[in-house]
Structures are given as C-alpha cells and as structure tokens.
Design a protein around this ligand. Sequence first.
Ligand code: PA5
Length: 447
Amino acid sequence: MKTINVDIKDVLSTVSREDINRLDGKATEALDKVLNATGAGNDFLGWVNLPTETTEALLDDIIACADQLRATCDTVVAIGIGGSYLGAKAVIEALSDSFAAYRSGVQGEPKVLFAGQNIGEDYMFELQDYLKDKRFGIIVISKSGTTTEPAIAFRLLKEQLERQLGVDEARKRIVAITDAQRGALRSLATEEGYKTFVIADNVGGRFSVLTPVGLLPIAVAGFDIRALIDGAAEMEKATAEANEQNPAFLYACTRNALYNAGKKIEILVNYNPKLHFFAEWWKQLYGESEGKDHKGIFPAAVDNSTDLHSMGQWIQDGERTIFETVISVLEQKHEKLIPSDEANLDGLNYIAGKHIDEVNKMAELGTRIAHVDGGVPNLLITLPALREKYLGQLIYFFEKACGISGYMIDVNPFNQPGVEAYKRNMFALLAKPGYEKETEAIQARLK
Ligand code: PA5
C-alpha cells in the first residue's frame, strides 16, 4: 500500500534517539487519552473514528447535494472561517489546476470561492460585484452558528441571491452546515427551509474537514470525497498503536523532543505551491490546539523555493530556535521538461531534458542538507502524490499527532479559550447588546 512516510534521521544531530524514545511513555499515555477519551476535552473526540464510521448514506447525501449545486451553479461560495473553511480550501487548492480561479466557471464545473473568512469591506464589495451576473450558490458553514465574520458575509450574499433569483429559487441554492439544534444559523435554516448538514457536537471546527464542513465544498469542486475518506481510514488504522511504526506517534515524540531541546518554532515547508493552504490548515490545527497556558510550539510555514528567496536567509542563519517539517510530494501530475536551446545564452543547457520536478527535488535536497548543517533539524514527510487518498492520509495523520502532542504538553488540545478575547473586545467596541458593561470599560480605557 502506498502511503505517507515520516523520516526523522535529519533531526538526530540535534536530539538523540534516546531523547525521542524517552518520550514514549508520555506519548503512550497521550494516545490512550485520545483513543479512550480519558483526557481533558474528551467530549471533542468525535473526529478519532470518523473516517471508519462515515456512512455510505452520508457520503451519498453529500454527493447528491454537490451534484445539485454543480448542475445549477457556475460559482459556489463557501462561507466560513477557521475550521469552517481552511480544510476545504486546503484540499481544493491541493487538487486543483493552479489557474482554476482564472478560468471561467461553468455549470457542471463550478468555481468554488470563499467568503466570511475575513471582514474586508473591499473583499465583499468585489465578491458581490463579481457575482452580479453569476448563477451562484451558497454553502454557509458555522458550527456555533453565531460567528460574526460568516454571518456578515451570509447576510449580504443571501440578500443578493434572493434579489438575483427570487426568494424561492435562492432557497434551493443555499445549503447550511451547522449544529443540530443550537445557534442563529440553525434557526434561520429551519425558518427558510434550506438543505442542511449537521456538524456533530463532538467534532471541533479545526478537526471537521472530514465531515460535511469540508466534504461538501470539496465534492462541489469535483473531487473524490470517498477516496479522501478511504485514505483517512487507512491512517486511522495505521495510527492506533503506541509504537514508532505509528507515524503520528513518531512525529509527536520527535517534535516534542525538539521542543524540549529549545526548538520552539516548527516551520512546515512545502516545495509545491498547491500546498500553501494545506499549511494554513495545519497552522490552525496546531496553533489553536497547542498554544495554551503559555506553552506550545509556534507553527509557521513557508512555500519553497519561493520563500528561499525571502525567508531562506533567516532559516539558514537566524536564531536557532526552529525546526522544519518538510512535506515532499514524490510524483507530479503532469510532465514538463526543460528544453534545450542552441544559443544557450541563459546557460541552462546543463539541465536541458530534465523534468522541472528533478530540479525542484535538488533544490529541496540541497536546502535540507544546508539547513541541517546550519543547525535546523529536519523532519521529512513524503507523500506519494497530490491525490485525494494521500491527502486523506495526511489530514488524519496530522490530526492524530496533534491530539497526542497536545496531551504530551499537558494542555487541552480541543478548546480555544484564547479566541474569545478579541471577540469580547470587538463586541464591546461595537456596542453589541448584552455587552454594555464591557463597552463602558473599554471606552474608558480608550479615553
Ligand atoms: O477550530 C475552531 O473551533 C475554530 O477555529 C472555528 O472553526 C472557527 O472559530 C469558526 O467557528 P464556527 O464554525 O462556529 O463559525
């Protein structure tokens, strides 16, 4: 079976095998907490068995809904923020043609756009302007059903869709994904009679990409969600035991050994521009799960070789508090060779006839060697190809390792109390009803 692989040999000049193995006990306890729901946040472990427990009926329902949107829309806007958008965006970008956004969307092959992931006035203006002559549909996603950013975007786009198509037709092109009972979005969906999918209570936002939250937009974009789930199910089985054959166990132990050795920042490195948003998804997963009680590895990311010409200097030569986790994609989808040129004015004939990816792989290898020599330990994760099955494996691998790793540093990996602080201040500043005292206090501070 082709699968993702984790190689730790390039960290061993910084931490020894013993340093890593010493954490086996902690990691075993942590994995036990994940599998047997005995740790903090154990009411948010619905994602653990999700791949093997996803029913055919649910997949059929998601695919039928996606087909319906594909048949009637040239553009589908997925509205959501954080865990309610990053997973879908990551998978769609990884699998799509790099120029899909510039090709005109057609029914049957709609463009998937995103909204509600920011509060940019220009972004919303320009999106609405773009949509004014489009046959668009909306997937609105919010687990809590009360998040401000997606609520603003939905209010605007719902009104636009109703204006462009009439209320009844608009209703057929809106799908809501939210809590089974709670929240403003659930009440609105019930009132309007939208098609809905449920985000289970026990699956947190950043662990929800393999639920309808991620699966519906991915299916609308035309990708094989069954293969994605199959890959994740393979990884669910491969990460069930507490030993180093379990790649999530190995990754969790290694990154924590590096953390204990003063490596406080982990940079996820890719050499394929299609993985940019995968890194954004990963940053949220690890940042929101581990950054608590003044602990946690800071998750950063670079896209190479692009960022070798911007961040490369710092990584090679800056403060030695970092380690890298490189995602290397073995097989490319397309072939493109470097042509020979008789005049050879650019001096490139020495690589003529080679695949562009061969040059990329040498950039990757050369950089890894240079960084290890420069004191930056490197973990290497290889992915056979950018296909649904391997992305499913990679997603589940990172989720499982995140649960283990969070418990290893004694935090609750499944809450996000820190996210509330900005909301409290924003609501106070906007004088939201119910926040009168906070409004008074914050206004006094600003005088
Ligand atoms: O991981 C999380 O729980 C968060 O990042 C949420 O996904 C994000 O805040 C969006 O929340 P909601 O889906 O409730 O709108």
